[in-house]
Design a protein around this ligand. Structure first.
Ligand SMILES: Cc1cc2nc3c(=O)[nH]c(=O)nc-3n(C[C@H](O)[C@H](O)[C@H](O)COP(=O)(O)O)c2cc1C
Length: 208
């Protein structure tokens, strides 16, 4: 694991950046899955809810997640350079709130009441997550108030048969409820519509 101290690019005064509200409003339209990133080992554990999770490469298997440098998880990653990514089911929104710190619990207290296991690295892994990825930290790239954490995936497991929790427009949704909100409820829950006619720009369409 290495923490590369790269300086952020220096912007000249002539560069005009978008205002923060416009940036946030645009990002709210990106629907995405929700994960709980578990960090630590034994009793020295914490974790956080994240949507900034993405696959980086399949050859070799690498993923990335962005972690706030003010969070307890960022500190724990310095002590334990490994983490778990737990992709949440639709039923687990209370769990997502807990790992986002919304009920005031911290550290190991966030883990109480769920069933946990370990795979290769020793990081706690949620037993009934939709899918889990057990990772070692390959690199941490500090950028502004976050670090981009690149994970080397040591083990992965899927438990299909449930719908994912989706975050969109500042709230959690099931796939079906997101479709109903925009009148796209035609497709059965959890199925992909292959023959969706091209529309002009719908509110949950990021492809235009
Ligand atoms: C839907 C959602 C997505 C989030 N995504 C991220 C993320 O990608 N990276 C991050 O550092 N924090 C993210 N957060 C915030 C953390 O979950 C939250 O700050 C957490 O409490 C940090 O842990 P700590 O209280 O132990 O410091 C997200 C919160 C929510 C509700």
């Amino acid at each position: 694991m290495s923490e590369r101290m790269l300086s952020p690019p220096i912007l000249s005064d002539a560069v005009t950046e978008v205002d923060i509200d416009s940036f946030r409003a645009a990002m709210r339209e990106l629907a995405g899955g929700v994960v709980v990133v578990t960090v630590g080992k034994d009793q020295d554990i914490t974790g956080f809810t994240a949507t900034s999770f993405a696959s980086l490469s399949a050859h070799p298997p690498r993923l990335l997640v962005c972690v706030n440098k003010g969070s307890a998880s960022w500190l724990a990653l310095q002590r334990h350079p490994h983490f778990g990514v737990n992709i949440l089911r639709n039923e687990e929104r209370a769990f997502a709130n807990r790992f986002a710190g919304r009920d005031g619990l911290k550290g190991a207290a966030r883990y109480v009441g769920a069933r946990w296991t370990t795979m290769v690295t020793g990081t706690p892994i949620l037993e009934n997550a939709l899918a889990v990825l057990d990772c070692e930290v390959e690199e941490m790239l500090p950028r502004y108030d976050h670090s981009i954490v690149i994970g080397r995936v040591r083990a992965a497991r899927t438990c299909p048969g449930a719908l994912p929790l989706v975050y969109w427009q500042g709230d959690y949704h099931s796939l079906q409820r997101a479709a109903e909100k925009t009148g796209h409820a035609g497709a059965p829950t959890g199925t992909r519509s292959r023959s969706r006619p091209p529309t002009k720009s719908t509110s949950n369409d990021n492809t235009s």
